[in-house]
Design a protein. Structure first.
Length: 285
């Protein structure tokens, strides 16, 4: 079993500085964040594609910055991106939250926009994150089938935020499409099952959002920046990471993509490194 650990997003200025993540000398060189990040982790999840459309030139630029030969030289040392580095990409919101009759053309545009990643063999997965209002039913089942067919040749995962999706029946249906059911680790107030993680595809995909009970229901588009940050302001304890690692191993997946979204105050990178160490110890990776 191969464990591929990373974070949801990388472009966080608060991660810069001694004792944080990015070298202090990158404080005025935000463009080099990705190159440094790719020297430290094998995977990153791009979330900006949910808020706005990407374009092929943008993806090509990102690919250039993660080539092993694009070594970064700073005061703190030299850092070369990993050869096995890859990207997960969040689907456009018009495919998950604002679905219309034009979704097929949006899907085609999305695939064209991020095609450079797929063509280069650097696309780990497309993540379709559906809102709590997206519930099981005849129409949603039909839509998921259409998405699975449209992206048949692309690696993908479905993330649901409504507990009604976490059933054996849904798992069986996703298994027929070979689409991984994304594991959502979140507070109990989310009403999502913490360890319902059936293997429904060729790989496992998990997103660890933190367990901040009080602020989970803050909307992503809220003007209250503090409330938005508080939602992901959580650091997993060693005991929690140990439990997560054991549950991941029990899936039996040949490969597992594991992303931390608790990005406030570098908790995500710290927890990602800690989880990798635990997985190495438990499973000998």
């Amino acid at each position: 079993m191969r464990f591929v650990v990373g974070t949801s997003g990388y472009d966080y200025p608060e991660w810069v500085g001694e004792g944080r993540f990015y070298p202090a000398s990158l404080a005025r060189d935000r463009g080099s964040f990705l190159t440094y990040y790719a020297s430290q982790f094998p995977l990153v999840e791009l979330n900006f594609t949910y808020y706005g459309h990407a374009n092929p030139r943008q993806m090509e630029g990102m690919l250039k910055r993660v080539r092993p030969e694009a070594e970064l030289h700073v005061l703190e040392g030299s850092f070369a991106p990993r050869a096995d580095f890859s990207f997960a990409v969040k689907a456009y919101r018009e495919l998950t939250h604002e679905v219309s009759g034009e979704y097929a053309s949006v899907a085609r545009k999305f695939m064209a926009d991020i095609a450079p990643l797929n063509d280069a063999g650097k696309l780990a997965a497309v993540v379709f994150q559906f809102p709590p209002s997206f519930r099981p039913g005849a129409e949603t089942a039909k839509y998921l089938g259409a998405l699975a067919e449209a992206f048949a040749d692309w690696p993908k995962a479905f993330e649901f935020r409504n507990s009604a999706w976490f059933t054996e029946q849904v798992a069986e249906e996703l298994g027929r499409y070979r689409v991984p059911l994304c594991w959502v680790d979140a507070p109990k107030s989310s009403h999502l099952p913490r360890y319902f993680f059936p293997l429904t595809g060729d790989f496992a995909y998990a997103r660890f959002h933190g367990r901040s009970e009080e602020h989970w229901w803050a909307r992503a588009d809220t003007p209250d920046e503090e409330a938005k940050r508080a939602r992901y302001h959580y650091k997993y304890a060693s005991e929690e990471l140990e439990e997560l690692a054991k549950a991941i191993g029990e899936t039996g997946a040949p490969k597992a993509f594991l992303l931390f979204n608790n990005h406030v105050e570098t908790h995500a990178v710290r927890n990602a490194r800690d989880l990798q160490e635990i997985l190495d110890r438990l499973f000998g990776e």
